[in-house]
Design a binder for this molecule. Structure first.
Ligand SMILES: N[C@@H](CCC(=O)N[C@@H](CS)C(=O)NCC(=O)O)C(=O)O
Length: 330
């Protein structure tokens, strides 16, 4: 790969000939397991979760880590919201280095694991601190493993975000949400033909209409309490008006104009462990300053007004309770 090709791949992923944007597969898919059979045993103080507060995929792992109370055993690194052509940087930390691993760029951990890796250096990533290597950038598996493999370290009262009896339903709705919504907004934003954009746009809003219908009858996507499925939908919805509506041209409606989804997202935002993880500053700066192919001036919009996130949502009338028999995080 030439430098120019690498830079353009890092900016926008890969674009198929149809103009459709295609997400790269996750390359590092090792799992950290309770019994250590994968070679990566669950262990306190061994691993380091690296996120960007801007990134919806990383945001999932930040929320789940907090809901389960894993902060004391799994440390957190937060990268600068602005990526340059070397990728994610630890410029927010003293001396520009991640205090836990000493690296300046996330790419160092990827290349320590595979010196020939030529893909994008993505967040979230779990690093093995003793070796400085990336163990996993497999974001859907990372959160499921925090729920099912790290149970030994869950706080008392931690919610079961992936209950056995509901896994099939959670997987089914998550697949649709991923395809049309989580990744759908990117397929709108990074499409390079009108046709590919319009297809992604149509699928996105048709799915949002179906989700509105479902959520007009029930408080959460699956069952009576929050699950992994809600975490996954939330991280896209909370970014919708700030970045996807304008920057990615997902503008049939704003979230603020879709009352059911607006109130559902507001309800989650106000649930302990959700709103406190949202950083609109990082979100807006990342998208508008990093994707210069979409926003050459790099100007970051001043809006939208964020006060709506704190307004009443009245969703408790639908029954259910966020943590069921568990308790909210401190
Ligand atoms: N690992 C997935 C999803 C994670 C992901 O896309 N993270 C973005 C931030 S939202 C990232 O780290 N991008 C780095 C880059 O494109 O260079 C992928 O490769 O597409």
């Amino acid at each position: 790969m030439t430098d120019a090709q690498r830079t353009s791949a890092q900016f926008a992923g890969e674009t198929a000939r149809s103009g459709e944007w295609v997400r790269q597969p996750n390359r590092f898919t090792a799992r950290i397991t309770a019994d250590g059979s994968s070679g990566w045993p669950v262990q306190a103080d061994r691993y380091h979760l690296v996120v960007s507060l801007a990134c919806p995929w990383a945001h999932r792992s930040l929320i789940v880590r907090g809901l389960l109370g894993l902060q004391d055993v799994l440390s957190l690194g937060v990268v600068d919201p602005i990526r340059d052509d070397r990728g994610w940087r630890f410029t927010l930390d003293p001396g520009g280095r991640d205090p836990r691993t000493g690296i300046a760029f996330l790419s160092e951990a990827y290349l320590a694991a595979d010196p020939d890796f030529a893909g994008r250096f993505t967040v979230p990533a779990i690093l093995d601190v003793p070796t400085g290597r990336v163990v996993s950038n497999d974001y859907p598996q990372i959160t499921l493993d925090l729920s099912t493999e790290w149970t030994r370290f869950h706080r008392p009262g931690a919610p079961d975000l992936y209950p056995e009896g509901l896994r099939e339903q959670i997987d089914e709705i998550s697949a649709a949400v991923y395809e049309d919504v989580n990744n759908g907004v990117y397929r709108c934003g990074f499409a390079t033909t009108q046709r590919a954009y319009e297809q992604a746009f149509r699928r996105l809003f048709e799915q949002l209409d179906r989700l509105s219908e479902r959520l007009s009858r029930q408080r959460y996507l699956v069952g009576e309490t929050i699950t992994e499925a809600d975490v996954r939908l939330f991280t896209t919805l909370v970014r919708f008006d700030a970045v996807y509506h304008g920057h990615f041209k997902c503008n049939r409606h704003k979230l603020a104009e879709l009352p059911v989804l607006r109130d559902y997202a507001r309800d989650l935002f106000q649930t302990p462990g959700f709103g406190s993880t949202v950083d609109f500053g990082h979100i807006k700066r990342h998208y508008y300053e990093t994707h210069r192919q979409l926003n050459p001036s790099g100007i970051v919009p001043a809006g939208p007004d964020e006060s709506g996130w704190y307004a009443p949502h009245h969703r408790e009338q639908l029954g259910g309770s966020p943590f069921g028999t568990g308790t909210p995080p401190a």
